[in-house]
Design a protein around this ligand. Structure first.
Ligand code: ACM
Length: 270
């Protein structure tokens, strides 16, 4: 599988320009799976409810999902991308997956970060793994990585590759993903954005850390991008490696789990 990410600096609020930039830049690239950042088409720092309402789109009927589905069809490839979703009475920080036959499905971010809680409802889809002809692709969005349950659930559902659209602002994720991949024997493609947003024009802005990353099933950092440059990177990975959960002759990382002793994990913390 030729898989990778497109790291760039979206312009806040300009869905058409951001989507056109992606479509133009990916036009001549060769890949099977491309991961774009979280909220790649709108930018991240919403400051009013009206903005959220105006920049959220129907999935799958909206402009951005249609454009990505068209790109996937024309290149016979898979794309995972983050965008704001308009649903009846609610908005979600979502991601879509498109493929050679167009729209495949969507995921709504489970763990909202910081002021996202002002704008979006917590995701209600749960985690999904799509069994495609290039491999089993699971999706989580940015801060979901901080909760080991996200990658664990995707791993247990059979994900071979975790597509991870992101808008990272804290520094920990690039060095954290090797553990998520090692403990589940999965690949991950973290597509982050670059640049900064300071839409209140005070010190409440965000600096995005770049450093998009492709992480291997043994926790290897197969590729890490720069912190500031726009970059498309595609490498060859073998998803079948992720089917082997044997650590050695005695240990299988999934069969050795002791779920009966993990009851706390399914209870709300108060
Ligand atoms: C994040 O979840 N965008 C940090």
């Amino acid at each position: 599988m030729k898989a990778g990410f497109f790291q760039f600096n979206p312009v806040f609020g300009n869905i058409e320009a951001n989507t056109e930039h992606v479509v133009n830049r990916l036009h001549d690239e060769k890949f099977d799976l491309m991961v774009l950042p979280e909220l790649f088409n709108t930018g991240y720092q919403f400051i009013t409810h009206d903005e959220v309402a105006g920049l959220s789109e129907d999935i799958p009927g909206g402009f951005t999902t249609s454009a990505l589905a068209g790109l996937s069809r024309s290149k016979s490839c898979y794309i995972v991308a983050g965008l704001a979703e308009k649903a009846p009475g609610k908005y979600f920080n979502s991601a879509v997956i498109t493929g050679p036959d167009g729209f495949i499905g969507s995921y709504r971010k489970t763990h909202l970060f910081f002021e996202e809680k002002l704008w979006f409802s917590p995701g209600d889809t749960g985690f999904h793994v799509w069994d495609t002809d290039i491999g089993k692709i699971g999706v989580m969005i940015c801060f979901d990585w901080f909760f080991p349950e996200s990658a664990r659930v995707l791993g247990l559902m059979g994900a071979e590759v975790i597509a991870h659209p992101s808008n990272l602002v804290m520094p920990h994720c690039p060095n954290g993903m090797p553990l998520r991949c090692l403990e589940n024997s999965v690949y991950a493609i973290t597509a982050n954005r670059t640049g900064a947003e300071n839409r209140h024009q005070d010190n409440r802005g965000f600096n995005y850390i770049g450093a998009s990353q492709i992480t291997g099933t043994g926790g290897e950092i197969l590729y890490r991008a720069s912190e500031e440059e726009e970059e498309i990177k595609v490498i060859g990975i073998d998803p079948s490696t992720a089917r082997n959960k044997d650590l050695n002759r005695f240990n299988n990382i999934f069969r050795d789990r002791r779920p009966r002793l993990y009851n706390q994990l399914t209870k709300r913390f108060s």
